[in-house]
Each structure stands twice: as structure tokens, then as C-alpha cells.
Write a protein that binds this ligand. Structure first.
Ligand SMILES: [Cu+2]
Length: 342
């Protein structure tokens, strides 16, 4: 009898141990999900400015580890609800403002304080893609953005651990792959749209399109190239560059690259039709357009944005070969040449 009770007790305690193992350490079962920030073609010219995928469902307590495999810069940023969006860079171009400030890898986000990476990209000296992990301790629906690219957003649904998740890591891996393929394959089609007329002196400064593949936010495909990157004109001719990208900043920069590509260089003047213009008299001239940017999308109940400056005209006063770059995207090999014949 005593032995029986003893063995029963032993069984009960074993069962308890099993139950405890199954139920209690929910935190030990917390998952770390793997997602991707951006994708690019091998020549870096086509950039998917997109969170891949940009809508996921996870349990409270789970973490997400994002990998940044491109040569274009991105941030992963969770602002607090209603927070005014900060600029990507402060007074010094390339130095991020953060949200404000940067938070370390492994930060937690529950909506009460912002979380952001710095600017992350694959550097020229290493092929390793940087990563950044965020833990989500509390349930909620959280938007996330890239502070560099306005049309690059997503949503994370953090649900109570008692709720069943519809999708696993495999689903998101397949989704990321198919979205990457779809976005990068879209670039040649927008390329076709943007090719300037052969007989003109027109050059396209990048072409882009904003898309949404999940319904949860915006993704952008950008061709980071001058379309008609080599153009031949005569002395006295004017070449016109036009940005055909709805949300990316580019420049047309001859000579010495300015420390800050945002403002136009001295000697660049506004035109009456809202473009900018300059004259180049020698292959040693340094002339930069400043940011060529479209007007951002408007939202109800906010001040409307000013028209963008999307055109830059340069008149060439001497013969020669004039090489130029986009000062924002030269690391992606965005450059061009104007050959001026006498
Ligand atoms: Cu550019």
C-alpha cells in the first residue's frame, strides 16, 4: 500500500514535471524570427527598398533578427505612435539623427520608446551583412520604417502567446524570396518606361516605383542608374537630367564630390520653371545639382509639401569628356559621361 502510494506519487510528480516542461517555460520557447532588409541585383543597380517581408505575426516575447545584405543604406526604425518622423541625417550628411539617438542591437520595443539602428549596409571592406535584433515583450500592432527611404514601411502584429500563429519561418522565407524576385524583376520594366528619346539631350536620373506586395506598407523598386549614361552633344548644347524616382534623392555631380550632397554647389541657380541650371566651361569644373527629389506624398490634415526639384540643366561651353556621379549612390556605381564635341 505504502509502496503503491509511493509509486503513484512518483508518477504524479513525473507527470507534473512533464506538464511544467510543456507549459511553464513559455519564455524559453520564445522564437527568434529571421527577416531581411532590402535586396539588390549583383551589379547593385537595382535596389528593392523594402522590408522582406513587411508584415509578420509573432508572439509576445519573441524576437526578430533582421539581416541587411545590400550596398544601399537602410535603417530599421520603430517610432512611438504619432511620433514626428525625424530626418535620416543631421547637419553632417551621413551621420544619422536616430529617433533621436540610436539603440543597441538586442533592444526591446513595446511602443513606449523608439528603437532604431544606425545606417546599416554591406561595407566595401567586408562581405558580411550586418544584423539587428529586436525583442517584442508586449502585444500590439507596430509599424516600422526605414528613415532613409520614405516608401519603405511594414507592420508587426505581436499577439498573446495563447493565440495560434498562422505562419511559420518557412512561410516568411518563401515570401521574402518571392517579393525580392518580384521587385527586382520589375526594374527592367520601369527602365523601359523611362528611356529618354534618342534624339534629345535628356538623361534620366534613376527611375523608381512604389509598390505594396502584402498590403501592410510600401516597398520601392529603384533603378540606381543614369539612363543614357553616355550622351554626346556639341559645344553650347544643354543637357537636361530628370529624376524619375518617386521617393529617392539623387544628384548630378561633376568634379570634386561635396562633403554634403544635399545643397546645390555655388554657381547652380534656380530656373523660372522650378528646375536648376549651371554652366560648365572646363573639365576641371566642380558642379553639383544638390538633391533632385520628387515632392513627397501628401496626407490629409498635414501641410502640403512643396513641389520637388527634379530637373537639372547644364550648358557645356567647351569640348571634352565630362564624367559625373550621383553623390548619394556612387557606391552602387551610379555614374555617367557627357562627351562634348566642338
Ligand atoms: Cu542616386
Amino acid at each position: 500500500m505504502t509502496r503503491l502510494i509511493g509509486s503513484q506519487l512518483q508518477r504524479i510528480s513525473l507527470d507534473c514535471a512533464l506538464l511544467v516542461a510543456l507549459l511553464v517555460p513559455c519564455s524559453a520557447l520564445a522564437n527568434t524570427w529571421q527577416l531581411q532588409v532590402g535586396a539588390e541585383s549583383p551589379d547593385r543597380g537595382r535596389q528593392a527598398l523594402a522590408f522582406l517581408p513587411n508584415e509578420v505575426w509573432i508572439h509576445a516575447g519573441d524576437s526578430i533578427r533582421w539581416t541587411f545584405p545590400t550596398h544601399e543604406r537602410h535603417t530599421l526604425t520603430f517610432l512611438t505612435p504619432g511620433q514626428i518622423r525625424p530626418p535620416a541625417f543631421g547637419p553632417t550628411f551621413g551621420v544619422p539623427v536616430g529617433c533621436p539617438g540610436l539603440t543597441p542591437d538586442g533592444s526591446s520595443f513595446d511602443g513606449s520608446a523608439c528603437v532604431t539602428t544606425g545606417v546599416l549596409l554591406v561595407s566595401e571592406t567586408t562581405t558580411t551583412a550586418p544584423t539587428y535584433t529586436v525583442t517584442f515583450p508586449a502585444a500590439g500592432n507596430f509599424k516600422f520604417v526605414c528613415l532613409v527611404h520614405a516608401d519603405m514601411t511594414g507592420v508587426i502584429h505581436v499577439v498573446d502567446p495563447s493565440q495560434l500563429l498562422l505562419h511559420g519561418q518557412d512561410f516568411y522565407d518563401r515570401e521574402a524570396q518571392s517579393e525580392e524576385a518580384l521587385l527586382l524583376a520589375h526594374a527592367p520594366r520601369i527602365d523601359d518606361q523611362g528611356i529618354p528619346r534618342e534624339e534629345s539631350n535628356d538623361v534620366a536620373v534613376g527611375i523608381g516605383e512604389v509598390l505594396t506586395t502584402t498590403g501592410a506598407g510600401s516597398q520601392t523598386i529603384s533603378l540606381m542608374r543614369f539612363v543614357r549614361s553616355m550622351i554626346i552633344v556639341r559645344v553650347g548644347d544643354t543637357v537636361e537630367w530628370t529624376s524619375l524616382d518617386p521617393s529617392i534623392n539623387h544628384t548630378v555631380t561633376f568634379g570634386t564630390e561635396p562633403a554634403d550632397p544635399r545643397p546645390p554647389s555655388p554657381g547652380v541657380t534656380p530656373t523660372s520653371d522650378g528646375a536648376r541650371q549651371a554652366t560648365i566651361s572646363s573639365t576641371t569644373d566642380s558642379v553639383s545639382s544638390g538633391f533632385l527629389s520628387p515632392a513627397p506624398q501628401d496626407r490629409a490634415n498635414l501641410a502640403q509639401s512643396n513641389p520637388g526639384v527634379t530637373r537639372f540643366r547644364v550648358t557645356f561651353m567647351s569640348p571634352g569628356t565630362f564624367n559625373y556621379i550621383c553623390a548619394v549612390h556612387d557606391q552602387l556605381d551610379m555614374k555617367g559621361t557627357v562627351i562634348v564635341h566642338p
